[in-house]
Design a protein around this ligand. Structure first.
Ligand code: RBF
Length: 169
């Protein structure tokens, strides 16, 4: 039969602490797809763990390392502009935004979380590309650690799998 061969991807992810897995068939060849990962530097040890999770997950699913670029931004608030800059590049297929906002004593938490959620939504609509919201919004550092390679998995991995899911469907 003519046409591209159908590829089979094994998608494995944690949803609410439970491992979900399954095989997905698609004609999309991930080795040709380019990803940008935008990483916020605030709460660096957490966002680095998210980055490692996202990177390994992309590679594990057949994305070439040379097709993954990383950009840092100072904080989660800046993820919107970081994502827009990458998404505007013709050769970028999807952008993964990684950040960690931890609640403090002031209402900053709410403003930052809301701004980045709306910002990323706007970028995805404007550019018509998958812009993935891999931002932890936690009440404390322990909750963040649990979701960055701890007992609740790694949300960076989940973000990568979501990006892949948006490209292969
Ligand atoms: N950025 C984060 O990514 N995570 C945070 O938990 C976080 N907390 C902040 C708390 C305060 C009081 C301020 C002023 C900024 C915080 N930021 C945080 C940085 C923010 O995302 C942004 O980089 C700065 O506000 C500059 O635009």
């Amino acid at each position: 039969m003519k046409g591209q061969p159908t590829l089979s991807f094994f998608i494995e992810t944690y949803m609410a602490g439970t491992l979900k897995s399954g095989r997905v068939k698609s004609n999309v060849n991930l080795s040709k797809k380019k990803f940008a990962i935008v990483v916020a530097e605030w709460n660096e040890e957490i966002t680095e763990a998210l980055y490692e999770g996202a990177l390994h997950s992309l590679i594990q699913h057949g994305v070439k390392k040379s097709n993954i670029i990383r950009k840092n931004v100072p904080g989660s608030f800046e993820l919107t502009l970081g994502a827009l800059r990458e998404a505007r590049k013709k050769n970028i297929d999807a952008v993964i935004c990684l950040g960690c906002v931890i609640q403090g004593d002031t209402p900053h938490f709410d403003y930052i979380c809301q701004a980045v959620a709306y910002g990323i939504t706007e970028v995805t609509i404007k550019t018509e590309k998958p812009i993935i919201f891999g931002v932890l919004t936690t009440l404390n550092k322990k909750q963040a650690e649990e979701r960055a390679g701890g007992k609740l998995g790694n949300k960076g991995e989940e973000a990568a799998i979501t990006a892949i899911g948006m490209l292969i469907n």
